[in-house]
Design a protein around this ligand. Structure first.
Ligand code: FMN
Length: 170
C-alpha cells in the first residue's frame, strides 16, 4: 500500500474476527518496530506476543477487557532508565511511542487492525506476563483482522496545528 494510504486507512479497531494472525505477519509488524529510531539508539523495548487464551484474558483484565476477543495482544514493555532523561522528558515513553506506531502502521499495511491501549493497570499486566519489576509496561494493542469498519475520527485542520516562523495557535 502507498505510505499515505496506510496512514489514512488506519483506524482504532475494537472488534476482531477470530481468525489467527499469520506468523509471517507477526514477524512483519515486529520487524517494523525493531527498525524504529530511539534515544541514543538505546532500543529500550521488549514486545510480548500473547496468543494463549488464558494469558490474553489475564492481560485484558488489566483494562479494556474487550481486547481478549482479538487473536493476539502485543504488549510493549520498556526499560525506563536505559534511554535516560533530559529535564522532565522520559525518553522511554517517546521511544515506545515511535516503535508502537511503526508496528501499528505495518499492521495496517497488512490489513490487520490494532488499537493503542493506554488505560490499564500496569501491575496486572506485569503479573500476567512475568515482566520484571525494573521494566515498565507502556501500552498494548490487540492485533487481528477487523470485524468492523469504523468511520475516520475527526482531526484538526492543518492551519490549527501548524504555523510558520512563529507560534500561532488558532
Ligand atoms: C496513547 C494512546 C492511548 C490510547 N488508549 C486507548 C484505550 O485505553 N482504549 C481505547 O479503546 N482506545 C485507546 N486509544 C485509541 C484512541 O482513542 C484513538 O486513537 C482516537 O480516538 C482516534 O481514533 P483512530 O485511532 O481510529 O483514528 C489510545 C490512543 C493513544 C494514542
Amino acid at each position: 500500500m502507498e505510505f499515505m494510504d496506510v496512514i489514512r486507512q488506519r483506524r482504532s479497531i475494537r472488534k476482531y474476527r477470530p481468525d489467527p494472525v499469520l506468523q509471517e505477519d507477526i514477524e512483519y509488524v515486529l520487524e517494523a518496530a525493531r527498525l524504529a529510531p530511539s534515544w541514543a539508539n538505546s532500543q529500550c523495548w521488549h514486545f510480548v506476543i500473547v496468543n494463549d487464551p488464558q494469558v490474553k484474558k489475564a492481560v485484558a483484565q488489566a483494562g479494556n477487557s474487550w481486547t481478549a476477543q482479538a487473536p493476539v495482544l502485543v504488549v510493549a514493555c520498556a526499560h525506563p532508565t536505559r534511554p535516560g532523561t533530559k529535564g522532565d522528558q522520559q525518553y522511554y515513553m517517546l521511544d515506545i511511542g515511535i516503535a508502537m506506531e511503526h508496528l501499528i502502521l505495518a499492521a495496517a499495511d497488512r490489513g490487520l487492525g490494532t488499537c493503542w491501549i493506554g488505560a490499564f493497570k500496569e501491575e496486572v499486566v506485569k503479573k500476567a506476563l512475568g515482566v520484571p519489576e525494573s521494566m515498565r509496561v507502556v501500552a498494548f494493542t490487540p492485533l487481528g483482522y477487523p470485524a468492523e469498519s469504523p468511520r475516520p475520527q475527526q482531526r484538526k485542520a492543518l492551519n490549527q496545528i501548524a504555523s510558520s516562523n512563529r507560534y500561532e495557535a488558532r
